[in-house]
Design a protein around this ligand. Structure first.
Ligand code: PLP
Length: 366
């Protein structure tokens, strides 16, 4: 099966094998060594010397951790959304009584840093900016470097959902001075779902000391106290830790610069191939994501029927559209374990499937 969804992504065999190992004592020396190695490997991928915690939760749990550890009920934040995951960040904050100013950009477009600057200038009460680095629902990557500069100039907290970018698209956490960046095991890291990773800056620790939102399971301070003893506060997903160790070895051997270059090359190849099939990209191409490509479903085609045909007869699993984009787009995941050959196979399948659901592919399509 060619699993071309933006997570869970395929795992290398050696990662899957590692997850089948016998359990160890998560309060023993072997686990302490493992935790130390994994933390240091993650710091390399995050390009940070800040604290990085491994939480047993999916990516959404880490987004929730970013909110509950740094904010108090009634705090005002600016939530910058360009799609369904951006909206989710706002919903989490609202659930905990945060006063969320929702800044929304048209789906398919990137956030405009000038608008963020204006909003921060107009409302000094805003304490933090919440933003998605790579919006998986629309296939758009925000210009986080510029956004981060704006946020720093106003000295606000910057909380970033980097679930579908970290480890695939450059996000140098220290250089851009991001306060909390969160990601998850099942996207760029080629590890099964179950773990999320969060970096925490000094500024975020200061905010945490005053933050009044109730927290228990996701408390960063507890994670830090236990990390210092070589443990996690609660029983971790030990099997997935084993898988992560192997996956990090593979990633670090490839080298982060090579990983970024591979994703850029494959993202570009995917977009060019999609266009040559006569299809239209959903995203503003200047900000098109190198981890997921969203494609408009042609007028004449029923989106779910195309995905069904691709899965059942061409062994290719694509993602559909989320929320208001259901049936309007399909998405091709190209992050983590992905090669040029995987994209060639996907395009081959699309070239055969599209005419069968009512879309004529240009004869010259290669
Ligand atoms: C996948 C994803 C999430 C959510 O992750 P879960 O692991 O499903 O909780 C959040 N944000 C973005 C941008 C994602 O791609």
């Amino acid at each position: 099966m060619n699993l071309r969804i933006p997570g869970p992504t395929p795992c290398p065999p050696e990662v899957l094998e590692a997850t089948g190992r016998q359990m160890i004592n998560h309060r023993g020396p072997e686990f302490a060594d493992l935790l130390a190695r994994l933390t240091s490997g993650l710091q390399t991928i995050f390009q940070t010397k800040k604290d990085v915690f491994i939480l047993t939760t999916s990516g959404t749990g880490a987004m929730e951790a970013a909110v509950v550890n740094t904010l108090s009920p009634g705090d005002r934040v600016l939530n910058v959304s360009i799609g369904a995951f951006g909206d989710r960040f706002a919903s989490i904050a609202e659930t905990y009584g945060v006063d969320v100013v929702r800044m929304e950009f048209e789906w398919g477009k990137a956030a405009d840093p000038d608008e963020i600057e204006k909003a921060l200038a107009a409302d000094p009460a805003i304490k933090a900016v919440l933003i998605t680095h790579n919006e998986t629902a629309t296939g758009v990557t925000n210009d986080l470097e510029t956004v981060a500069k704006v946020v720093r100039r106003f000295d606000k907290l910057l909380l970033v959902d980097a679930v579908s970018s970290l480890g695939a698209i450059p996000l140098p956490v220290d250089e851009w001075d991001v306060d909390v960046a969160v990601t998850a095991s099942q996207k760029g890291f080629k590890v099964p779902p179950a773990l999320a990773f969060a970096s925490v800056s000094e500024r975020a620790w200061k905010a945490a000391a005053e933050a009044k939102i109730p927290r228990f399971y996701l408390d960063f301070a507890k994670a830090r106290d236990f990390r210092d003893k070589g443990q996690t506060p609660w029983t971790p997903a030990v099997s997935v830790f084993f898988g992560l160790e192997v996956a990090l070895d593979v990633l670090l051997k490839e080298g982060i610069e090579n990983i970024f270059a591979r994703h850029a090359r494959i993202g570009n190849k995917t977009r060019e191939a999609v266009k040559s099939l006569g299809l239209q990209l959903f995203a503003d191409e200047r900000f098109a994501s190198n981890t997921v490509t969203a494609v408009r479903v042609p007028e004449s085609v029923d989106g779910p029927s195309l995905n069904k045909l691709m899965r059942e007869e061409y062994g290719t699993v694509l993602a559909g559209g989320q929320a208001r984009l259901a049936g309007k787009i399909f998405r091709i995941g190209h992050l983590g374990l992905v090669s040029e050959a995987d994209i060639d196979a996907t395009m081959d399948a699309l070239r055969k499937a599209l005419p069968r659901v009512g879309f004529q592919v240009p004869a010259a399509a290669s």
